[in-house]
Design a protein around this ligand. Structure first.
Ligand code: PMP
Length: 361
């Protein structure tokens, strides 16, 4: 096998090696057709089967109820920041946002362009080290929706519960936590996720939307951003990202082979627990997030001396541990340990961290 390092990138993130090998093996001649899957018409029966199988496997993995549509879109989670208010709120209608960090604030800023988006609760008071408890949320009476970011990829802050919003649809940006564990989809009005962490390569955005929310769009909503248009056209109003859908389909198959999301949850829980336990025991590394709000997927940490950051990153890279630099807005380090990162890889990271801390003493 060719050389593969441990890649802790927050996204585009590591993909399972088995998935890449399968894609490589069938790249030139897909299913004996003599063409690559990238060279198939998106209107062909064969490609339709790729989409249908990917959707079926995603539905099985997440237990998506029949009254939800699955859309395979483009434009990233960022375009959904605009599509959501355009589709779910009328201009001037209130929408409640829970501010837990950089990504929820980006969603809010875009929401404000299309409706009366407001902050209903903020993690500001805790310095963004914990999710504000539901008892402190000040929800509006007639909000179009409540928006949450269940996992803040940069801050490493994660909800450990699903809020109860009654008749108001709960909308969630699950970009960096979808498929990390089972999820009760029926609690949400809409779920969206950029693919490039736990789903597949960048270029694909998955939206899971309850059917009764398809017909609320503002008149100015661009045709391509309309959930109704995309649902009625099987996500093929225009040319979809065919290669990304195919690769996501391979990831869904791989997840089923691993035992599905309950099995992934066990592995992910152990991976995160091990890394946090090591950081907490160490007097050299630190993670400031309150225990109940700690992300399973993105684990930021600092070194006792910031001056050592460059050396840490260089030596990590020499040891085959890549992309541990924290986001430019927060500094320090961050290990993103999505589904494709094995328990052994987390063990190698801890081994390196321990060795490094000992050396610099
Ligand atoms: N939301 C979250 C939680 C993210 O982590 C990211 C990307 N890292 C985005 C939104 C933006 O996603 P995209 O680049 O697909 O637009």
């Amino acid at each position: 096998m060719s050389h593969r390092v441990d890649n802790f990138c927050s996204g585009p993130a590591a993909l399972p090696t088995a998935v890449l090998e399968k894609a490589q093996a069938e790249l030139l001649d897909w299913q004996g057709m003599g063409v690559s899957v990238m060279e198939l018409s998106h209107r062909s029966q064969e490609f339709q089967a790729v989409c249908d199988t990917a959707e079926k496997n995603l539905r099985d993995l997440l237990g998506i109820p029949v009254n939800y549509r699955v859309l395979f879109l483009q434009g990233g989670a960022t375009l959904q920041f605009s599509a959501i208010p355009l589709n779910l709120a009328s201009a001037g209608q209130v929408a409640d946002y829970i501010d837990t960090g950089i990504w929820s604030r980006k969603a809010l800023a875009e929401g404000k362009r299309y409706c009366a988006a407001r902050v209903a609760a903020s993690a500001d008071a805790s310095g963004y080290t914990s999710v504000p408890p539901e008892s402190q949320w000040q929800l509006s009476d007639k909000a179009a929706y409540v928006h949450i970011t269940p996992n803040e990829t940069i801050g490493g802050v994660e909800f450990d519960w699903i809020p109860e919003t009654g008749d108001v649809p709960l909308v969630a940006d699950l970009s960096s936590t979808i498929l990390s564990r089972p999820l009760d989809v029926s609690r949400f009005g809409l779920i969206y996720a950029g693919a490039q962490k736990n789903i597949g390569p960048s270029g694909l955005t998955v939206v899971i939307v309850r059917e009764d929310l398809l017909d609320r769009a503002q008149g100015v909503t661009p045709t391509l951003l309309s959930y109704r248009t995309q649902a009625d056209n099987g996500s093929m109003y225009n040319t979809p990202p065919t290669l990304a859908i195919y690769l996501a389909g391979l990831v869904f198959e791989w997840l089923r082979e691993q035992g599905g999301l309950s099995a992934m949850a066990e592995i992910n829980r152990r991976k995160a627990a091990r890394l946090y336990a090591y950081i907490d025991e160490s007097d050299f590394y630190n993670n400031p997030i309150e225990v109940s709000s700690r992300s399973w997927m993105n684990i930021p940490f600092t070194l006792a001396d910031d001056q050592l950051n460059g050396r840490f990153l260089n030596e990590a890279e020499e040891s085959g541990l890549l992309n541990l630099q924290g986001h430019r807005s927060v500094g320090g380090m961050r290990a993103s340990i999505y589904n494709a990162i094995s328990e052994d890889a987390v063990g190698r990271l801890i081994g390196f961290m321990d060795e490094f801390a000992r050396q610099v003493r």
